[in-house]
Design a protein around this ligand. Structure first.
Ligand SMILES: [Zn+2]
Length: 273
């Protein structure tokens, strides 16, 4: 299987349904049909979403309920912009729905999303969750960016995919993707806009280590998930080697895995302070 075929296949299997929240079927979808994925999550009244404890006024931020001690979140939901109080699971679902809305603000067309939601609905026999739609979209977008040698955009898609995996509790997949993002960052990914002109690519190569960087947010996230999975430094190194071993040669990254690991492992240690 070619690299691009693999990319497309990696996340296109039947989406996991384990953590899927049942979309509210009573929702009246307005506008483009993909919006059926946006659901009426949370409670719109000032009551704890866990135990129903009534507050005098709408809490404006995340806090623990004085009655049941469970943490709840205060957000605006994508469906209708209503201020709602959410359980943690619904807060995560809300993040996925927000991410989907952001895609359309970033130029993904309603028609593309409609088609994707329609296809998934046929495959699953139910309305897909926002993360299921995101995963499919991001896997395809990443493959298209890779084909066009737009490695900066590819890297962003892979990072968003990592966040989607983490929301769904697929922490090992999330960690592999986060490590891949840092491997790319340390090689200085660039967007070549589909140019295949060898002379141009020689002058403006797809990767330029002179522009290498590490994003502190991604390093912190990586550390969080390493801790969550209780991985030892050796485990982490093995995971890195597996990721770098598959990504490095395929994308013809200019830096060696050894030199990338030296920098990444130091950043991971430093992030723990
Ligand atoms: Zn409560």
């Amino acid at each position: 299987m070619s690299f691009f075929a693999k990319l497309k296949a990696t996340f296109s299997g039947t989406p996991a349904s384990g953590t899927a929240l049942t979309p509210a079927s009573a929702t009246v979808a307005r506008g483009p049909s993909w919006r059926i994925v946006l659901t009426a999550i949370g409670v719109t009244t000032p009551t704890c979403p866990h135990c129903g404890h009534a507050f005098e006024k709408m809490p404006q931020r995340k806090r623990a309920c004085p009655k049941c001690s469970a943490v709840f979140y205060s957000r605006k939901r994508s469906l209708d912009g209503a201020k709602v109080l959410l359980t943690e699971a619904h807060a995560r679902e809300g993040e996925a729905q927000d991410a989907l809305v952001t895609l359309t603000q970033e130029g993904v067309s309603d028609a593309d999303l409609d088609a994707l939601v329609h296809a998934l609905q046929g495959q699953l026999g139910r309305v897909p969750t926002a993360d299921e739609v995101l995963t499919q979209h991001l896997a395809r977008a990443a493959a298209a960016h890779a084909e066009a040698l737009n490695w900066g955009l590819y890297r962003n898609a892979r990072f968003n995919l990592a966040e989607s995996c983490a929301r769904r509790g697929q922490h090992e997949d999330a960690l592999r993707l986060l490590i891949e993002v840092s491997v790319l960052d340390l090689n200085g990914p660039r967007n070549c806009g589909g140019s295949k002109d060898p002379e141009l690519l020689r002058r403006f190569p797809p990767f330029d280590p002179k522009t290498a960087f590490l994003a502190p947010g991604i390093i912190n996230r990586t550390v969080e998930i390493i801790d969550l999975l209780k991985l030892s430094p050796d485990d982490t190194r093995r995971l890195f080697e597996s990721v770098a071993g598959s990504v490095g040669p395929t994308l013809r990254l200019p830096r060696s895995a050894t030199s990338v690991w030296r920098e990444l492992s130091k950043a991971l240690v430093d992030a723990r302070g």
